[in-house]
Design a protein around this ligand. Structure first.
Ligand SMILES: NC(=O)c1ccc[n+]([C@@H]2O[C@H](COP(=O)([O-])OP(=O)(O)OC[C@H]3O[C@@H](n4cnc5c(N)ncnc54)[C@H](O)[C@@H]3O)[C@@H](O)[C@H]2O)c1
Length: 268
């Protein structure tokens, strides 16, 4: 514990259950002295056990569907009132593909599902940023993070339409990050995380096998949800003030590997 976030206030989206990356992040932010409001879609609040996390971290839950601007406006208003001031950090940890859920192949998408997944997984980040920006709700030197995956740059066939959603999400971080930096000295970045065993991750076909492959490829092994939480804490802290408009790989080195000895041995 380093008290890196002492006195800082934030909003954490996307804690569903104890496996969620946002759950681990909330626990670590709490340990580092930050205070925050937890939020999730109303249906996810009923489905998961976020109230347990709220009790543990002394925080309140404000339900919000991240695709609805009115919900986000209410969330930001309530969060600043509850926390007693402007916001220093925001975690967007939201992803869902209806095509993946329904088992539709990338080459056979139902475009209503595609749009819904894009709205939840990618456009929602623009909506969150726009609401914060218009309300001037961020403190100077604040930090906003969204979670991404390397399928935005490289082909992972079973990641399906989420690959396109992540490419859009990363682009929004850069484009909106410019205005946030210029006007408010606020950082906007994405963290491109290793495959992680969570509810969202497990929806992807062949996910267990892929985690095992990735573990053998990455020189440091896969980054866990707790590792991701620690990195996010660093990105929320004052130690990373000049990092913005970046997609930050947090994957044990996987993204720069061609092949590893361990993987080669499987073919020998
Ligand atoms: N698990 C992985 O392998 C992995 C790897 C890289 C990046 N990510 C990303 O990390 C983020 C968090 O996912 P996770 O792996 O912790 O899984 P998770 O299932 O625990 O979290 C996804 C969250 O999105 C929320 N959500 C869905 N629809 C919403 C809506 N309309 N409004 C508000 N919230 C909504 C869910 O309720 C859930 O809490 C996602 O962006 C995911 O794509 C995950």
């Amino acid at each position: 514990m380093y008290h890196l976030l002492k006195g800082k206030r934030g909003i954490i989206f996307g804690a569903l259950d104890e496996n969620s990356i946002a759950w681990k992040t909330a626990e670590r932010v709490h340990e580092e002295g930050g205070t925050f409001v937890l939020t999730n879609a109303p249906a996810s609040i009923r489905l998961g056990n976020i109230t347990e996390l709220a009790q543990k971290t002394n925080s309140q839950i404000i339900p919000a569907d991240a695709t609805l601007v009115t919900d986000l406006e209410n969330l930001v208003e309530q969060a600043t009132a509850i926390l007693g001031g402007k916001i220093d950090f925001v975690l967007h940890s939201i992803g869902m593909s209806v095509n993946v859920r329904k088992g539709n192949h990338y080459t056979n998408q139902d475009y209503d599902y595609t749009e819904k997944g894009w709205n939840v997984s990618a456009l929602s980040f623009h909506k969150v940023l726009q609401v914060l920006y218009k309300k001037q709700a961020m403190n100077e030197w604040g930090s906003i993070i969204a979670l991404s995956y390397m399928a935005a740059q490289r082909v992972f066939p079973d990641y399906n339409d989420m690959a396109d959603n992540k490419a859009y999400l990363e682009s929004v971080a850069r484009s909106f990050g410019y205005f946030f930096g210029r006007d408010y000295n606020v950082r906007v970045n994405t963290i491109s995380q290793s495959p992680t065993a969570t509810r969202a991750g497990q929806g992807v076909k062949g996910f267990e096998e892929f985690i095992a492959f990735s573990e053998k490829m990455a020189p440091l092994g896969n980054a866990t949800a707790l590792d991701c939480a620690n990195y996010t804490v660093a990105m929320f802290s004052d130690l990373t003030r000049k990092v913005t408009l970046q997609n930050l790989y947090h994957d044990g080195g996987f993204s720069n590997m061609g092949v590893s000895q361990q993987v080669m041995e499987m073919f020998e």
